[in-house]
Ligand binder design. Sequence first.
Ligand code: SAH
Length: 496
Amino acid sequence: MEFKKNDIVTVTIEDISSEGEGIGKVNGYPFFVKDAVIGDKAKIRVTKVKKNYSFGRLEEVLEPSPYRVEPVCVYHKQCGGCQIQAMSYERQLIFKQDKIKNNLIRIGGFKPEFVDRIMEPIVGMENPFRYRNKAQYPIGCDKEGNPVAGFYAGRTHSIIANTNCYLGVEENKEILEVILEHMKNYHVSAYDEATGKGLMRHVLIRKGFTSKEIMVCLVINWYKGEYIPSQEKLLEVLTRIPGMASISVSINTENTNVIMGREVHTIWGKERITDTIHVRDTLHEFVLTGAGITFSISPLSFYQVNPVQTEKLYSLALDYAGLTGEETVWDLYCGIGTISLFLAGKAKQVYGVEIVPQAIEDAKENAANNGITNAQFFVGKAEEVLPEKYEKEGVFADVIVVDPPRKGCDSACLETMLKMQPERIVYVSCDSATLARDLKILCEGGYELKKVRGVDQFSMTVHTEAISLLTKISATGKKKISYREEEIADCGCIYG
Ligand code: SAH
């Protein structure tokens, strides 16, 4: 059957793409439909025709899916940040569990029933809204020239006004409204990306979920003796907001889409806020089990955005690491040392490696502030630092923890890990496709995949974290790894 642009087609949505689009088929020919929920019967308009598939826009839901819910945010379609807000949270978790599982099978080459056996149920959120501790709102103007804060519409650079994103904390709205009101009253201009003119570029807001401290950083386009016109007036109102602890400005005069400038100047309160991450009992509903580690966070620091789920993720990492107090642990891609410092409490010695020098400074400071003396940090690429330390100094690891960015681990890093032969490898990942790719390499190199568990850090979006444990196959057990897909192919049957 031939389809062309603007055709109206009726489809039943049977699947979900990794980007969250609903997939419906007509005579086997698939349509990818944004905002459609699995189970919907819908009328769609064809927007783009490709050889083997098409894209469609949802025109009308004829029969809503049992998984369809009323989205809380009226902007969810325009914004694009919450790709699956119209799907019930329970179904979102199934989607994410399946996404990890399918990647392990398709990309990792693990057998389906093996994956079913080792995968633990995904850890969901108790409250899937208002979980983000950090928001960065761009500032612009509406058609009437009034200052607005909001989000970029689709892939454009025009700002749709919305101060109340449901993923962020409630305080964001009041803070933004105070700033916009000040801009209006004192004729403070908003930055215009097209011309490079205008003062106010972005507002960064962070909240320490444990400390309840709030940090506001105003990103501005110039500094001429005064950061913000009538700054005292703005501070007067902003500082009345409960929890306000730090107000700063960052000057970014460059015409880039990098948000923060290089410098930050505190104009009121503290330079940094704090937040505490606690160890939780992974076997008993993640209840608190002890004191936490307190981190100090500056506007420029990297810090996990979902602190509630992060505690669960790190507690699982600690669990999977299986530490007794005797181990030497390497934490690669360590950021500000959050996982490293968590591990340090139960290990003999922890070494962290991270590419961003400022993050390593933070890691050292956080270790000192928490009285942790058995963690040492190195600046550099994991794939350079680890091989060098191994070749030249013969460093050793009982356990290696990795938490790379989306692109996964570099092959030189994986190779060195295999040479170092730690007893256990804990792989924390924000992209299950690259996780699956790397697990395959590690398993081919003599490791056995023991556990994989999803941790939902980003409800309403298609993203998910996953954590996995690999153990070294002992000399006797090394002879055959029996769950590889290559072997399945070799013996010509589905289950090997
Ligand atoms: N484990 C930390 C950070 C994880 S994010 C936490 O939980 O907070 C991934 C980190 O890897 C980032 O801090 C990023 O700067 C760092 N990174 C990216 N590429 C790297 C590389 N090649 N070598 C070392 N670190 C890298």
